[in-house]
Design a protein around this ligand. Sequence first.
Ligand SMILES: NC(=O)C1=CN([C@@H]2O[C@H](COP(=O)(O)OP(=O)(O)OC[C@H]3O[C@@H](n4cnc5c(N)ncnc54)[C@H](OP(=O)(O)O)[C@@H]3O)[C@@H](O)[C@H]2O)C=CC1
Ligand SMILES: O=C(O)C1=N[C@H](C(=O)O)C[C@H](O)C1
Length: 254
Amino acid sequence: MIKVIIAGFKGRMGSAAVKMVQEDESLELVALVDPKTSETAVDGIPVFNDKLSLVGFDADVWADFTIPAVAFENTKFALENHFCPVVGTTGFTESQISELISLSQVNKVGGLIAPNFAIGAILLMEFAQKAAQYFPDVEIIELHHDNKQDAPSGTAIKTAELIKEKRSFKKQGAADEVETMAGARGAEFDGMRIHSVRLPGLVAHQEVIFGAKGEGLTIRHDSYDRVSFMGGVNVGIKKVVEIDTLVYGLDHLL
Ligand SMILES: NC(=O)C1=CN([C@@H]2O[C@H](COP(=O)(O)OP(=O)(O)OC[C@H]3O[C@@H](n4cnc5c(N)ncnc54)[C@H](OP(=O)(O)O)[C@@H]3O)[C@@H](O)[C@H]2O)C=CC1
Ligand SMILES: O=C(O)C1=N[C@H](C(=O)O)C[C@H](O)C1
């Protein structure tokens, strides 16, 4: 049995993860973390307001679906206390990810930071990376619900990073392009543009649009329901206990 702690258990992702863990007989939900709730237990599972109360606790995995402001400290805490982190929370900087990978290697603790757990999104990123070898002109449009705290999304950043590995550098748009309204051309990453749409009714969606002489290619993924992420979370929980370093991207464990 893999013993799992879920931080952010009352949120949209956290509550879906609670259900998924409870439905899998090879997983055991042993603790829940939320800083504000007054509940002390849910279905007999203890609830903690402060992660420091979990020092020395008997658990294997720390699943994190919280907020960008606390995810780095939570992941550090998990690694320092030998709970393998499985982190869905987005908003990490490149240097934070490097620091966490080093810490995991020093402590010999496996872990995963996955900007997206949906298999379709992993495939979209792989296909986009391949297409970028032939189509260096590319723009990413990510579309999310209007409660999302970070922009651009973790998935859009990861997609751009993967594209950068294979694309010949190009600063897109006209050389003398002018934004008559600030932000009109979106965020810039390595000469590419990333656009963030926030609307009620959306869950999580992304298009990667390539353009070339006389043709275009659009790759799109849609998560209509958070259940789309749970297969990937399940795989992450089962794989991190078998490795001794933290990896960035679910593709490393598939
Ligand atoms: N990797 C992936 O595939 C996916 C990643 N995400 C990411 O997961 C994260 C959570 O998303 P979502 O569930 O939609 O967000 P929610 O806002 O629904 O949930 C976040 C939860 O975290 C709680 N929280 C805040 N601070 C702490 C803390 N210090 N310790 C424990 N819990 C805390 C919040 O409680 P309260 O409201 O009381 O403050 C809230 O219940 C986001 O970063 C999002 O981008 C989302 C979907 C898929
Ligand atoms: O906040 C969300 O909802 C999501 N966040 C992740 C991201 O930032 O990419 C994954 C997915 O897009 C849903």
